[in-house]
Design a binder for this molecule. Sequence first.
Ligand code: ATP
Ligand code: LTN
Length: 334
Amino acid sequence: MLGEEKILFSGMQSTGNLTLGNYLGALKNWVALAEEYTTFYCVVDEHSITVRQDPAELRRRARSLLTLYIAAGLDPDKNCIFYQSHVSGHAELAWILNCFTYMGELQRMTQFKDKSAKHADNINAGLFTYPVLMAADILLYQADVVPVGKDQQQHLELTRDIAQRFNSIYGDVFTVPEGYYGKSGARIMSLQDPEKKMSKSDENPNASIYLMDDPDTIMRKFKRAVTDCEARVAYRDEQPGVKNLIDIFCACTDRTPDDIVKEFEGKGYGDFKAAVGEAVVDVLRPLQDEYHRLEKEKDYIDGVIKRNAEKAGGYAIKTLRKVQKKVGFPEKVR
Ligand code: ATP
Ligand code: LTN
């Protein structure tokens, strides 16, 4: 209940197919934390249009992502699972927070720099102010904790700065949130370039394991994963490809790097890669089965979408009204 339990907010963009990085870096932690908090798990579809999208495809992916949240183990009766675009408060608060965020702060964001390099033909203002909308998502629900992968740490720190700045002017309006970065899996790297994070928008399908990949595809991608010519399973920065595979193995099995290095002492990369592949297949199988079952439950999913949008909207409006009053917007005449 609000006021008793602490509040957790997190979200994912409905762009591309979810990868193992999204699962191990975020979704898996969401499930682990769900019991301890009042939770809001959002499909942040408004963030997705910072990059051009096909409308039908975006709609399909948003529903698929929402279904996947449930398939991963989040009970939609206990966790508020909803679409960002169904709660207008996100965009409304984002506008206000835009006026409390500096250009210089946004210019420093590495995700903006990366994405504007990648989409040089469409460097739109939304891409630039993306972190402000993310801050609005979080602050609207007065979240205490935000589980994300390490790549989002910079955005989360900006959210904290915006909250503190607003509070220092208007009093205690926002809870200042903490980031939560899981122990293992916080940064899963590309299987083809271990210096780059595994990303659902990577053009090379061999770089990522998609959550819906079948076992043969998974095994094949691991077989082809880039390693090195050391021919030794070791957990060290000089062997980033092998290190990443160990990280994946650990996150899927809850084992430690030491333990894995010992098991593969004197063995080649072939055996090791096959073992990592099998661990991943085992983790993804139940999730895929549940997803395919839920996909067919149209009325059930529709009900979840409707109920939870209303519930989220109820929380959001409280913060929004408070903020509007603080900044000096006239109250509505009733
Ligand atoms: P895109 O490539 O489209 O920017 P993405 O794969 O980075 O997308 P997001 O929707 O931006 O995915 O992120 C969803 C969540 O997954 C975030 O919490 C993010 O930190 C986490 N995440 C994304 N990629 C990784 C990764 N390689 N390792 C660990 N966590 C990740
Ligand atoms: N920016 C995040 C997605 C995101 C998010 C959020 C995560 C949007 N709003 C609020 C946590 C909380 C990303 O690109 N991964």
